[in-house]
Design a protein around this ligand. Structure first.
Ligand code: ATP
Ligand code: MG
Length: 424
């Protein structure tokens, strides 16, 4: 059997890449408006970065990472990045960006790798667009990130978006809440799913967002995080909601929305696009005031989000929101005879030098078959060069939409076509 692509990966062929450019261009334009600059970090990092930056109790670290020996040092491994925040923070620290500016606004677009179970909207190599806003704990920064993601989705034409927000507290208020959770679930431990049983003491917050029906049932009546926030977190959350309202954004409160790690603090949010069904989470994010310190940097509050590009594409496709690919006006040069071929090559080249899209067929096929090719590539203009015309220093210019044709001198043809194409 011929070799096939790895499970859960995709070949992005020319026929679909236009859609990617469309989305990426929209993202880059919008990020610029919001003052975010693009960064590109390596596709793999030292495994330790993700162990610390994502957390050992997360699904990603426990079962989804692609790790391999560095080949340099024994016992040292690299991992294909499963997400972008840890790498962005590593780059922020390594390049001492915190010493150069007080607020840093970065975005990235690129492939991520997770050993997930492949299905619609879930791949092993997928792409994320993400934003990191470092250096401020202003609640307006949280609202800014949420506004950006909502505007992007709206600009792309999606309606009926739902953003859920919550506050997950901070190291001041969370430990007490954790204890309350453990006390609440402990008597029902045996009834929890296997994964949640293992989470009970390590990461009990994650039980709240378990997708298993029985765990959701067991969580009925659980003490709510929103009733257990410290004053600072309550106040912060209150202001985030006010800023969102000021920006005219609608949102829903979801007290079960969590991120179970210590360095995730305060705001958590997720954008759902329900028509996508089971893979409806398009983007997720929140505040991570403790992460930079966790990675040995100075105390730096920060907030950000990541969006799944494939899920976004699926949503746009489903709603028929992907624009038709724009065809550039193009020229096909038909050459009949050996001399004509050289001349055709010269003209094709001259057109390309002027950034006019031009093609020819070099293997001496019949007039009929060259015209067929011109039709196939949707050429708007065809230049026909035969040895006879050539002897008179002329070519035939054919307008494909009207089938009209005229004779043009060899000396004129390149300029003439360039004017026609650029004049449009
Ligand atoms: P899920 O619960 O769907 O596994 P997650 O919590 O693992 O999502 P995040 O780590 O928050 O997802 O990543 C942000 C976004 O990246 C998700 O909202 C989703 O759109 C996208 N995403 C995550 N994993 C995949 C994947 N395997 N394939 C495609 N997109 C993904
Ligand atoms: Mg996942």
């Amino acid at each position: 059997m011929a070799i096939q692509k790895p499970r859960g990966t995709q070949d992005l062929l020319p026929s679909v890449l236009g859609n990617w450019y469309y989305i990426e261009n929209t993202i880059r334009r919008l990020c610029k408006t919001y003052g975010f600059e693009e960064v590109r970090t390596p596709m793999f990092e030292e495994t330790g970065l993700f162990l610390r930056g994502i957390g050992e109790t997360t699904d990603i670290v426990q079962k989804e990472m692609y790790s391999f020996p560095t080949g340099d040092k024994k016992d040292q491994s690299y991992t294909l990045r499963p997400e972008g925040t840890a790498s962005a923070v590593r780059a922020y620290l390594e390049n001492k960006i915190y010493g150069q500016e007080s607020i840093t606004k970065w975005f990235y677009i690129g492939p991520m790798f997770r050993h997930d179970k492949p299905q619609a909207g879930r791949y092993r190599q997928f792409h994320q667009f993400g934003v990191e806003l470092l250096g401020t704990q202003a609640p307006s920064a949280d609202a800014e990130c949420i506004s950006l993601v909502l505007q992007l989705l709206r600009d792309l034409g999606l309606k009926d978006l739902n953003v859920e927000v919550n506050s997950v507290g901070c190291p001041t208020c969370r430990p007490a809440y954790r204890e309350k959770l453990i006390a609440f679930f402990e008597p029902k431990k045996e009834e929890l799913c296997e994964l949640c049983q293992s989470r009970l003491y390590k990461n009990p917050l994650r039980i709240l967002d378990c997708k298993e029906e029985k765990c959701q049932q067991l969580a009925v009546g659980v003490p709510e995080l929103s009733d257990n926030l410290c004053e600072e977190c309550q106040d912060h959350f209150h202001h985030v909601k006010e800023y969102l309202t000021a920006a005219g954004e609608k949102f829903t409160l979801n007290p079960r929305l969590v991120r179970g790690l210590d360095y995730y603090t305060k705001t958590a949010f997720e954008v759902q696009y329900t028509p996508l069904g089971s893979q409806s989470a398009v983007a997720g994010g929140g505040r991570y005031d403790g992460l930079v310190e966790e990675l040995d940097g100075p105390h730096t509050p920060a907030v950000g989000f990541a969006m799944g590009m494939e899920r976004l594409l699926l949503a746009l496709e489903k709603q028929g929101l992907l624009p038709e690919q724009q065809q550039e006006d193009s020229v096909f040069v038909v050459a009949l005879g050996e001399m004509a071929q050289k001349e055709a090559f010269r003209i094709t080249n001259a057109l390309r030098n002027a950034y006019v899209k031009a093609e020819m067929e070099g293997s001496g096929k019949s007039m009929k078959s060259q015209m067929k090719y011109a039709n196939k590539i949707n050429a708007k203009y065809v230049i026909i060069i035969g040895d006879n015309e050539l002897a008179e220093g002329k070519v035939i210019l054919k307008y494909m939409d009207t089938s009209e044709q005229e004779t043009v001198s060899l000396a004129e043809i390149t300029n003439r076509i360039t004017e026609l194409v650029k004049g449009n």
